[in-house]
Design a protein around this ligand. Structure first.
Ligand code: MN
Ligand code: MN
Length: 318
């Protein structure tokens, strides 16, 4: 077992409430070449159309991530023994200029990608996934398993504005970053702007699994369908916490009732083990709307779930 890999601070030596809260209590790195998986915060919510606050997500998820331990209790994956994982800090952002923020975020991820590290990010609103894709998918389009109450494939807001957290995946498809035929959206629900709201997603071939179909299929059949859609090509996992029922994740900008339980979401992410994963994120944790850190704890725990399948994927590729 490689003992020189970065390890979380030992909770038997320094209690979990002490010290500076990095993601998973891991060391902080500036050079992405020193890690295989880069944990990154993107404290930006300039794409939010209604209830802002996800800019505060990374700091609070770092805080709650101090509760995470080192080994997954079901898969027994021990990510810190498989690969080098570190906290790369926050991507640079600009809270008063959307286009400049997108540029800064993309530049940060280009550096990570060029160093050969795989990013696992915490937003921020869902628009942050677009500049991440611009860095990761510049060479070829990627597939995606997308957990969300919303399709995020709308076109324009407030006149002719193309960039909001309701539009990232339409832009990513237009820019050739995301392959819609290798994209599956799971948990979609809630009232929509018009009856043909999903026309774009359907026309370009995205597999949309509404919450009602997820319930009818169950976890295992939904996983089989998701794995069929993305196949063995490069795949990103994007986890919007509003896929969860607000009973489990109230601290988010666009809550929709009738969502997944945390346990269903955990089973879904675990079931993605073995895919050809190239990155993942947890977005839309909004501490100002949270209750006692509950949603940030969900974010941190889903981040650990994602970290385990990412570390396993990297170890398998070696
Ligand atoms: Mn979203
Ligand atoms: Mn959403």
């Amino acid at each position: 077992m490689p003992h020189d890999f970065p390890q979380p601070v030992d909770a038997a030596e320094v209690p979990r409430f002490a010290g500076i809260p990095s993601f998973m209590r891991l060391p902080i790195f500036e050079d992405p070449a020193q890690v295989d998986i880069a944990l990154v915060g993107v404290p930006w919510d300039g794409g939010t159309t209604n209830r802002a606050g996800a800019r505060h997500g990374p700091r609070e998820v770092r805080n709650q991530s101090s509760l995470m331990r080192k080994v997954h209790h079901v898969s027994r994956i021990a990510p810190y023994d498989l690969v080098r994982v570190g906290d790369l800090g926050d991507a640079p952002v600009n809270p008063i200029d959307l286009l400049d923020a997108l540029k800064r975020i993309e530049g940060f991820y280009r550096r990570i990608h060029a160093a050969g590290a795989v990013p696992l990010s915490v937003g921020g609103d869902h628009l942050v996934t677009l500049p991440i894709f611009r860095a990761l998918a510049a060479e070829r389009p990627i597939g995606m398993v997308h957990f969300d109450a919303h399709s995020d494939t709308n076109d324009r807001y407030f006149g002719d504005n193309p960039y909001t957290h309701g539009t990232p995946f339409r832009r990513a498809i237009e820019e050739g970053l995301l392959d819609p035929r290798r994209t599956v959206q799971i948990g979609i629900r809630g009232s929509v702007y018009s009856a043909d709201d999903e026309a774009f997603a359907k026309e370009c071939g995205i597999r949309v699994i509404h919450m009602e179909e997820f319930v009818a299929l169950g976890v295992e059949a939904t996983l089989a369908e998701a794995r069929r859609v993305v196949g063995d090509g490069p795949t990103y996992v994007s986890f919007d916490v509003d896929v969860l029922d607000p009973a489990f994740a109230p601290g988010t900008g666009t809550p929709e009732i009738g969502g997944m339980t945390t346990l269903q979401a955990q089973h879904m992410v675990r079931g993605l083990q073995g895919l050809n994963l190239v990155g993942a994120d947890v977005v839309e944790v909004s501490p100002p709307f949270d209750l006692g850190g509950a949603t940030a704890l969900v974010g941190a725990t889903m981040m650990f779930e994602l970290l385990c399948i990412l570390a396993d994927a990297l170890a398998q590729r070696r």
